[in-house]
Design a protein around this ligand. Structure first.
Ligand code: ZN
Length: 656
């Protein structure tokens, strides 16, 4: 491991707190040191209050901030003397600790100080860095880990047995640290948890962390326990309905829809097929705080019922020993190891599934290295339970409120690169949906850069391409719950006697057959939607009110309309509902350039403004209006409606 310190970068941060921000970010950049909120840092400063009196302030990482992206406001300033004194109390409950930290924070609106604040306070050094380094965890979770840590570091570190983070750990360290520390002490190892470094200077403290972790890495290398190969495993063809079925089962046990992210990389597959996987994967997490996101253990294979029974057993056994009554969380897994799928991560948001995957990617390395040292041994599950069912975590859950309406659900939108399709993507994203945008325009891939969006360039008249697109969608998010059939073309106006065969065929191919192909590819997935499948067809006013010169368009849209009505009949038994929107005069799309608009308005002897509002309500209909209707049609408002045809057109005289 190398120091990432860079003088030019460091010069952009001023003052001791600025450098605290900089070196915290350096720690955050290395995933083998800290992952997703693991680890924290602090600096102790002397500052004058409004009366000109000097005070010692501890700036400590606030909860909700990640080290990689932390800024100065991410550090909570607390009164150092007071917080340090707390460690001398005989006991302090978690709610009391949270209260004391909150009421001794010196800036209104500061984030809640880390649960490890008191521990930072009792260490005498100005800068304190704390990580959950993979290499240190591998060594400390191997046989005689305690002794190995002492062999590696000698007197450089104080060694503390595993105690859950919070007051008890801080109070123990407050007693133990002065006893064990010597002049050569530059760090502290918390067994099965992580490592601290400290110094008077930001760079020195950071580089000591790098050095301490490097020592563990060198030890692993010397013991041939650093790069552990796995037998090469080639992935079998991805079967999207296998993944969707698994997600369906997991969501059923959870009681709400979860996304599922599959990864069949050689590393994950190799681990899932490891001859000892049943032992090494079922011992516990690399460090207990992963449990909040991952639950204690991955499910082996796809036996969801077996997993949930075992999870209930774990809860009941440990809840009996707990001081306060506990409420069981859902008993669905958040991870699965499967010899076909590789690794599957489950979560309510795409971000959650990506985090679970990354945590386990590191866990695999930690486990394999400890195995190479003679045997991976995780903490007993009561420690994991203490974190998973910590009062502070249970309180957070109670406060969390209800998630967005489509949390954990997946929508596919065709023709999503612009106009109504793009507006649909946005409407679904706003409702917490993971969205797959499909379009023949390659710009679809980068339309949005966020984890809950996947853009796939695809020609929807190509059945094979559609199959590949659905595979990719399910691999990323686990299924398809909602489908918006929006892609379509509007061929140029031609009188019937002039219609060219090619043009007619093309209109039918894109406006009818392509939708049939997508529906066929999605039917099995929609059937497995945890809340029932939903399809929205973007039709057209031309269906009930065809126009002169638009035979190919009107006929193809009418055919699509009949297709949707038959689907409503055939698919009702699969709990799939399908509804149609008939928009009219939506001009904020790629079809309608300023010139086309001006010439059409002129043809009717209207201004552009009048032309746009040429409907009963004299209102302009925009893509967003149609998209909002599409999203609502998938939601609870339309839960009991199928085969409906709803106009979004401001009212059309001919149709009233
Ligand atoms: Zn920690």
């Amino acid at each position: 491991m190398k120091s990432l310190w860079n003088d030019a970068e460091a010069a952009q941060f001023s003052g001791p707190l600025g450098l605290r921000v900089y070196t915290s970010r350096l720690l955050g950049r290395d995933r083998s040191l800290v992952l997703h909120g693991g680890g924290n840092t602090s600096v102790k400063l002397r500052e004058k209050n409004l009366f000109g009196e000097e005070e010692e302030i501890l700036y400590v990482k606030g909860s909700g901030w990640d080290l990689e992206t932390i800024e100065a406001p991410g550090f909570a300033p607390v009164k150092l003397d007071y917080v340090r004194r707390l460690a001398s109390l005989p006991s302090l409950s978690d709610p009391q600790m949270v209260n004391e930290l909150a009421t001794h924070t010196l800036r209104a609106g500061a984030p809640a100080p880390s649960v490890e604040t008191i521990l930072h306070a009792i260490l005498p050094h100005r800068y304190v860095d704390h990580t959950h380094a993979d290499a240190v965890l591998s060594v400390s979770n191997a046989p005689a880990g305690d002794q190995r840590i002492r062999d590696i570091y000698g007197g450089k570190v104080v060694v503390i047995p595993y105690i859950m983070a919070g007051f008890d750990l801080a109070a123990y360290c407050a007693r133990e640290f002065p006893q064990q520390a010597t002049k050569s002490t530059v760090g502290m190892v918390l067994l099965s948890h992580g490592v601290f470094s400290f110094a008077a200077d930001a760079r020195e403290s950071y580089e000591l962390m790098i050095e301490l972790v490097s020592m563990a890495e060198r030890y692993l290398e010397a013991k041939k326990a650093w790069s552990i190969g796995l037998p090469s495993a080639s992935a079998p063809a991805f079967k999207r309905e296998v993944a969707a079925k698994l997600r369906h089962e997991v969501s059923r046990v959870a009681g709400f829809p979860l996304l599922c992210r599959c990864n069949d990389s050689a590393r994950f597959l190799g681990f899932a097929r490891h001859p000892d996987v049943a032992r090494i994967s079922q011992s516990g997490p690399a460090t207990p705080d992963h449990v909040i996101r991952t639950k204690p253990l991955p499910m082996l294979g796809r036996d969801v019922a077996g997993f949930s029974a075992a999870y209930r057993g774990y809860f009941e056994k440990n809840a009996q020993q707990a001081k306060a009554p506990k409420t069981i969380l859902d008993a669905a897994p958040r991870m699965a190891l499967d010899t076909e799928l590789g690794f599957a991560a489950f979560g309510r948001t795409a971000k959650d599934t990506a985090i679970v995957e990354e945590l386990y990617e590191h866990t695999i390395e930690v486990i394999l290295r400890a195995e190479a040292l003679g045997g991976w041994r995780a903490l007993e599950d009561r420690h994991t339970f203490d974190i998973e069912y910590w009062d502070l975590e249970q309180a957070k859950l109670k406060k969390a409120g209800s998630p967005p309406v489509f949390a954990g659900e997946v929508a596919v939108v065709t023709g999503a690169a612009s106009g109504i399709g793009k507006a649909c993507v946005e409407a679904f994203l706003r409702r917490g949906t993971a969205v797959v945008g499909v379009d023949r325009n390659p710009a679809i891939a980068d339309l949005f850069r966020r984890q809950d969006y996947l853009g796939i360039a695809c020609d929807l008249t190509d059945a094979k391409a559609i199959q590949a697109a659905m595979d990719a969608a399910v691999k990323r998010f686990g299924g398809v719950d909602m489908l918006v059939l929006n892609a379509g073309i509007f061929p140029s106006s031609q009188a019937i006697k002039d219609i060219a065969a090619e043009m007619w065929k093309n209109a039918m191919a894109v406006n009818v057959e392509a939708n049939l192909l997508v529906m066929q590819a999605c039917h099995g997935l929609l059937k497995l939607a945890p809340r029932g499948g939903r399809v929205v067809v973007i039709g057209s006013k031309n269906v009930p009110a065809p126009g002169i010169g638009a035979a190919a368009y009107s006929a193809s849209k009418a055919a699509l309309n009949q297709l949707a009505r038959v689907a409503a009949l055939e698919w009702a038994k699969d709990s799939i509902r399908i509804n149609t929107i008939h928009p009219n005069a939506v001009y904020d799309t790629a079809l309608w350039t300023d010139e086309v608009l001006a010439s059409r308005a002129k043809a009717y002897n209207l201004t552009v403004e009048q032309y746009k509002k040429n409907n009963l309500l004299k209102t302009e209909v925009v893509s967003k209006d149609v998209a909002e209707m599409a999203a609502e049609m998938c939601g609870p408002l339309f839960a009991k409606t199928t085969a409906a045809q709803v106009p979004v057109d401001g009212g059309t005289e001919k149709l009233v």
